[in-house]
Structure formats: structure tokens, C-alpha cells
Design a protein around this ligand. Structure first.
Ligand code: GAF
Length: 391
């Protein structure tokens, strides 16, 4: 039997549209380390998790797009799929952007119906938007026999985010949602697009997320500004080091040599990215060696850089990281995702998880007057269809 969310989404589809759809699940993601490195040609270390979006999708034989958000109880209709364009309906844009990207690649998209629901907290840095994009892209690719490979589907979803949601994101979130593997984290080289899976040993550590519950309205513009600052840094370095194509190629020594020309802000942004990229490489070695204590130190260093140099943290996230530090069994803690709110990711020894949650919740409540939501996550497979037999 599919999970309750899938059953509810399927039932709503059949009730509204009266035929059998394809059912697809698309997970959110965590990122162990490597934040804001993806759009700098660097490395990331994400995994798909057991928070997911569920889609029921079917071709309706006409030209209409009919979308229903199960969670919001809202509908969106477009009379002619050939006239797709950004909408005032915020949530619809993640889906319409995917249609537009498929069309740009020459796929003829006919009318279709879609009901979707998700248990990925929105704005929590767990990639709810990437799950929406990837789930629909996967479903339409299948239903239309478009034969677009998974990596290209990740680009379809990423471009949908750029063009219809206005976030100039990297590829990490869409890649993780599509390429996740149960029980494994995956290191992606965001330049070459080569990737390698690493087992994540849940007997040694659990991944616990603590949600600050904060969503800053300026997050999108600040994200895009960070990207521009990194590009400005690269433009300065390229005058002296033509081999520097992105910050992935730069060194701290090069940045130091041109600090005045870069200016303080751009210097700090770039220095953070260069160091964070190095942390993904050393972090993978620590994970392979089973040295969680060393990996955890990289996580704390990552958070400090995101807070002080990249300036994408906030007091609530800083407080959650500080509350985690020193709790027995906690290896490391840092903010996760784009920042300006959302979750911290914490690696915690299994036998200490309850104590950790109790401690951090009490500390957060004392400081901010509310208990943070916490999630013990499991690493799952990437986007897939739910077998017809299970429907
Ligand atoms: C967001 C973006 F969508 C990702 O591409 C990535 O840049 C991340 O922020 C920061 O690492 O999730």
C-alpha cells in the first residue's frame, strides 16, 4: 500500500479527473557539507531524504493544464499549454517552469492534469521546490516518452527555478532529488558532473535536522547577490590567473594577493567558497575513514564561514548550532541550504539523539519562545514512480 499522502493524492486525482494517473514520488534533500559551492563549479555532498512530494499526473487529451495543490486546496488552470508563461500563482510556477523547459528542448507537451502534495517543510532548506520541479519533470518525461536522461532532467528542473522562480540556484538540489540512493550520500563535482556515492553508516550517526522556523523574505535576492559577488571575484582573479574559470580553481593565496582590488565583501565571499570546497574533499576522506569527529569539525568550520564570511546565517540558526555544540554524542552541526533561515543539520550518535533533541529544543525555547521542529531523517532513493501494483 502506498503511504497515506500518496493515497490521498491519488484519491483526489481520481475524484477530480476520473481516470488513473501515473504516481511519482520526489524527495527533498540534506547536504552534509559544501554549501554555496555548486554554482561556483565546486563540490557538494547531498543525499535524498524521506521527506517527499507525491504527484499524480495524467495526459487529458486536450490542451489544458489543470493543477491541484493537495496541501493548499488550490487549483490552477491554463487553457492552452502552448501559451505557458510565469503566473501570479506562486506554487504553480515551479511546475509551469518545467513545462516551459521541456518545450524549449523540443518536447511537445500536450494538456495534462496533476495533483500534488508534499510533507517537505517549505522554506526549511530541504529543497521542497526542487522536489516539485523534479517530480513533474520525471512524470512528464515518462508519460511523453521524451527519453531525457536524468542529468538533463536535473538541468530542466534547475532552469525552471531560474526562469520561473527567479532563484539563480546551482544544480545540487535537483541533482540530489533525482540521483539519491538509499543509505548513501553522493559527492557531485558541479563542473564535470561526475559523481560518486559514499555509504552513510547509520549505526554510527543519525542525521537530525532542527528547523529554526524562520524564513527571510530577502532570501532570494540575497542568494542571487552572493552569486554575483562570487562572479565579480572570479572576474578580478582572471585578469591575473587566466586558468581560474570559477572559484573552484582559485586559492586563498591568490585571493590574498588581490585583496584590495577585490574589496572586503567580495574577498570574504570568495575565501569562504574556496575553503568550503576544500572541506568537501577532506570531509569525504573523513567519512570514508569513519572519522565522524573530524567530519564534525569540518561542519562547525563550514557554519562559521557561512555566518561570518558568506553572511547567510541568522541568529536563530547560530543559536541552534551553539546549542548543539558540546552535547554528548554530537559530532557536528551547521546551517544547511541557502540560508537566512531553515534548518541546521546535525550528526548525532544514535543513542544520544533523544537527549540532543531535548537539549536543543529547551535551549531554543528559552531564547526564542518556541520549540523547533526536529526531523530524524533517513536517506532514500531519488525520484521514482510508485509501482502500479501498489496503487
Ligand atoms: C539552495 C540552492 F538551490 C542550491 O543550488 C545551493 O546553492 C544551496 O542553496 C546552497 O548550497 O538550496
Amino acid at each position: 500500500m502506498p503511504a497515506p499522502l500518496a493515497q490521498a493524492v491519488l484519491a483526489e486525482f481520481k475524484q477530480h479527473f476520473g481516470y488513473e494517473p501515473m504516481l511519482v514520488r520526489a524527495p527533498g534533500r540534506v547536504n552534509l557539507i559544501g554549501e554555496h559551492t555548486d554554482y561556483n563549479g565546486g563540490y557538494v555532498l547531498p543525499a535524498a531524504i524521506d521527506k517527499e512530494a507525491i504527484f499524480a499526473v495524467g495526459l487529458n487529451g486536450g490542451t489544458e493544464i489543470r493543477l491541484i495543490s493537495h496541501d493548499l486546496g488550490e487549483t490552477f488552470t491554463l487553457a492552452n499549454v502552448a501559451e505557458v508563461s510565469p503566473s501570479e500563482t506562486h506554487w504553480a510556477n515551479y511546475l509551469l517552469g518545467v513545462v516551459a523547459q521541456l518545450q524549449e528542448r523540443g518536447v511537445v507537451v500536450p494538456g495534462f492534469d496533476c495533483v500534488f502534495g508534499a510533507n517537505i517543510p517549505v522554506g526549511a532548506g530541504m529543497s521542497s521546490s526542487a522536489a516539485l520541479e523534479c517530480g513533474l519533470a520525471f512524470a512528464l518525461n515518462h508519460l511523453l516518452h521524451a527519453n531525457i536522461g536524468l542529468m538533463e532532467l536535473a538541468h530542466v528542473a534547475q532552469k525552471a527555478e531560474h526562469t520561473y522562480a527567479g532563484v539563480q540556484c546551482g544544480l545540487m538540489d535537483q541533482f540530489a532529488s533525482l540521483f539519491g540512493r538509499a543509505g548513501q550520500v553522493v559527492r557531485l563535482d558541479c563542473r564535470s558532473l561526475e559523481y560518486a556515492y559514499f555509504p552513510f553508516d547509520t549505526t554510527a550517526s543519525r542525521i537530525v535536522l532542527c528547523n529554526s522556523g524562520v524564513k527571510h523574505s530577502l532570501a532570494t535576492s540575497a542568494y542571487n547577490t552572493r552569486r554575483e559577488e562570487c562572479e565579480r571575484g572570479v572576474a578580478v582573479l582572471q585578469q591575473y590567473y587566466p586558468a581560474v574559470q570559477s572559484l573552484r580553481d582559485a586559492t586563498v593565496a591568490q585571493l590574498d594577493a588581490h585583496r584590495d582590488e577585490l574589496g572586503d565583501t567580495v574577498y570574504r565571499r570568495c575565501a569562504y567558497v574556496v575553503k568550503e570546497n576544500g572541506r568537501v574533499e577532506t570531509g569525504c576522506r573523513h567519512l570514508e575513514a569513519g572519522d565522524l569527529a573530524a567530519f564534525g569539525q569540518d561542519m562547525y568550520a563550514s557554519h562559521a564561514g557561512l555566518r561570518d564570511d558568506y553572511e547567510v546565517s541568522c541568529v536563530e540558526l547560530d543559536a541552534l548550532v551553539e546549542a548543539a555544540r558540546g552535547v554528548p554524542g554530537v559530532y557536528g552541526s551547521r546551517m544547511m541550504g541557502g540560508g537566512f533561515g531553515g534548518c541546521t543539520i546535525n550528526l548525532v550518535a544514535p543513542e544520544h539523539v533523544d537527549e540532543f533533541i531535548a537539549h536543543v529544543s529547551a535551549a531554543y525555547q528559552q531564547q526564542f519562545g518556541r520549540v523547533p521542529e526536529t526531523y530524524q531523517t533517513t536517506i532514500v532513493a531519488g525520484v521514482s514512480s510508485l509501482a502500479a501494483a501498489a496503487q
